[in-house]
Structures are given as structure tokens and as C-alpha cells.
Design a protein around this ligand. Structure first.
Ligand code: SF4
Ligand code: SF4
Length: 106
């Protein structure tokens, strides 16, 4: 049987974090909601150019100039190892873009 990383909470219950796996960039609308709720510096908003290249974009910045450089914005996972598996990003996402999974403890 698979054994997953879990933590024991102060009241003794066990909790199995589900770590961020992928963001479906076909569905993502680049709204930034997930970025705002993640407290672990995991995510990075990027602009996607005509050639499919990613340009890092500051959320909320005045990007009038940059808008000519990219066609749309999507969220990416920049620092996956920072994730603590809280799933806040997934819960707030209006497009159901996220997949999460527990981590094997073996
Ligand atoms: S699961 Fe939590 S820590 Fe991980 S990317 Fe989502 S909001 Fe950040
Ligand atoms: S909340 Fe969902 S749709 Fe919005 S930027 Fe994050 S992944 Fe994309």
C-alpha cells in the first residue's frame, strides 16, 4: 500500500498535503487569483508570446507596453519545491486548472 507524506496536527489528527502538480495552461485565463492566495512563492504569472515563449509578468503592474509583446497571460509553477500542499490555489481557481497529488513517503 502506498504511504504518503502526512503531518500530525495539534489535535492529533493526520493531514496529507496534496502538492501542486500542474496548471492546465489551455484553461488558464491568467486572472492571478491563485498567485494572490499562495503564501509560498510557488507561482509566476507569464505572458505567452506569438512563438509560445514565456515572459515573466508582474501581477497588477501597468503592462500597457508589454501587452504588445505577448498574446495572453497564464500562471506557471516557478518554485514547485516551495509548495506545502495547502490547495488554496486550486480552491480559488475559477477554471479548475490545477492538479495536486500527495507525495510518496517511500
Ligand atoms: S498548494 Fe498552497 S503552497 Fe502549493 S502552490 Fe497552491 S497555494 Fe501555493
Ligand atoms: S486562478 Fe486559475 S485561471 Fe486564474 S491565473 Fe490561477 S490557474 Fe489561471
Amino acid at each position: 500500500m502506498a504511504v504518503f507524506v502526512s503531518v500530525t496536527m495539534p489535535d492529533g489528527r493526520s493531514w496529507t498535503p496534496k502538492f501542486v502538480g500542474e496548471i492546465n495552461q489551455e484553461k488558464c485565463i491568467g486572472c492571478g487569483r491563485c498567485f494572490r492566495v499562495c503564501g509560498r512563492d510557488v507561482l509566476q504569472l507569464v505572458g505567452v508570446t506569438e512563438d509560445g515563449e514565456f515572459i515573466p509578468v508582474q501581477l497588477g503592474a501597468d503592462d500597457d507596453d508589454d501587452e504588445e509583446e505577448y498574446e495572453r497571460k497564464v500562471m506557471t509553477i516557478a518554485n514547485q519545491m516551495n509548495c506545502v500542499g495547502c490547495e488554496a490555489c486550486s480552491k480559488i481557481c475559477p477554471k479548475d486548472c490545477y492538479t495536486h497529488a500527495p507525495m510518496s513517503a517511500e
